[in-house]
Ligand binder design. Sequence first.
Ligand code: PM9
Length: 462
Amino acid sequence: MSESKRKRSWAEPFKIKMVELVHMTSREEREAAIKEAGYNTFLLKSKDVYIDLLTDSGTSAMSDRQWAGMMTGDEAYAGSVNFYNLERAIQKYYGYKYIVPTHQGRAAEHIISQLMIQPGDVIPGNMYFTTTKLHQELAGGTFVDVIIDEAHDPVNEHPFKGNIDLEKLEKVIKQHGADKIPYVCVATAVNMAGGQPISLANLKAVRKLTQTHGIAIIHDMTRVAENAYFIKEREEGYADKSVAEIVKEICSLTDGATMSAKKDALVNIGGFLAVNDEKLFDLARNMVVIYEGLHTYGGMAGRDMEALAIGISESVDGDHIRARVGQVAYLGEKLIEAGIPIVKPIGSHGVFLDAKKFLPHLSQEVFPAQTLAAEIYLDSGVRTMERGVVSAGRNRETGEHNYPKLELVRLTIPRRVYTQAHMDVIAESVEEVYLNRDKISGLKMVYEPEYLRFFQARFEKL
Ligand code: PM9
């Protein structure tokens, strides 16, 4: 075999300079902990968790450059140097004109929803996200899912399951009229679909259609760099473009964005709203002072804005993103090899177990994904997250549970935190639970909060 054809592995483009020790627990300790947490992994204490795959949100390891940036925090109430650094980074890497910093993503969703949505409006989008949909509803709007059908099928290997179905979108526009649609909400690396990307060809077609009707596009850009990496890998014509160039092209096809910077952008806290329209910016700048803080800090300390400005530049680096998505793929492939049912193709930020197939004897009434997340924790101390019927909440009119087609457990990989040895331990634990799946019974919900119930709901074993 010639040298160029031999397999060449990739490794993380960083060295580890400091470590955080983690606590190993016994099975008895985990049994007590998960019971006390009402079988909800959100209610576990972090000290009782060995490998934390609850979320990739705010859990990244910052670089030495980001930590050095923290020391240059200008903690002025107004006009902090770090705000202007952040503004420049957003303009440079994403291309949006105006920015309003917020403490995290949902605060930006709150502002844009209140400003753009009128009661009775509908907001089409490529699959719901929990906080995004709730803010749309609290502003009097209704979310309508216009993602392609393939996205709801865990085994369909469509390379761009985040794509919007143009016929579905056209139908919504015809049915409700363009004046009832303040914007189309386009997410990159669609979270609830399993971290699935939208293609640039699809986004361009959506842009063309919405422009003819005068409808704006608001981009949930929480994981835009990960989406850009998939475009580079899979979409014709983009192999020679850099991830940074693709990110900018995606943003250029939209009118504004909400960002939870706690994901792609490699910080532990932070977010922003970005818009190109000056009037909308003015309204947003006025509103942020009510809920977040002055428009030059919006709930973030100066040091956090500096870490974010640096994190944005690191997030679009090709080597970084290849290793990040590569680590997720490494885990996903191990699980596929072991015969575990997961969402395919393997997503951007985590591996999503198909709980319906994993536990076929459990109906959605007894919360298979919630059950499976608890069982994995019991086996190994690995904490995962339910993304199924509990996350989907209730229908606001009928009060019934929403039963999503996808009943998933997300094994979310924090950025730059765990090694491949951790991935091996995780895969072995999931396999162990899979081998004993017949013995697993479901849960009943005994406490249910009104909003975003998955965070605080409590369960008991059936
Ligand atoms: N996502 C996640 O774990 C945080 C907790 S679950 C609500 O995946 C998207 C696509 C997200 C997201 C958070 C937010 C909200 C908006 N859009 O958590 O408020 O994945 O910063 O962002 C979580 P914040």
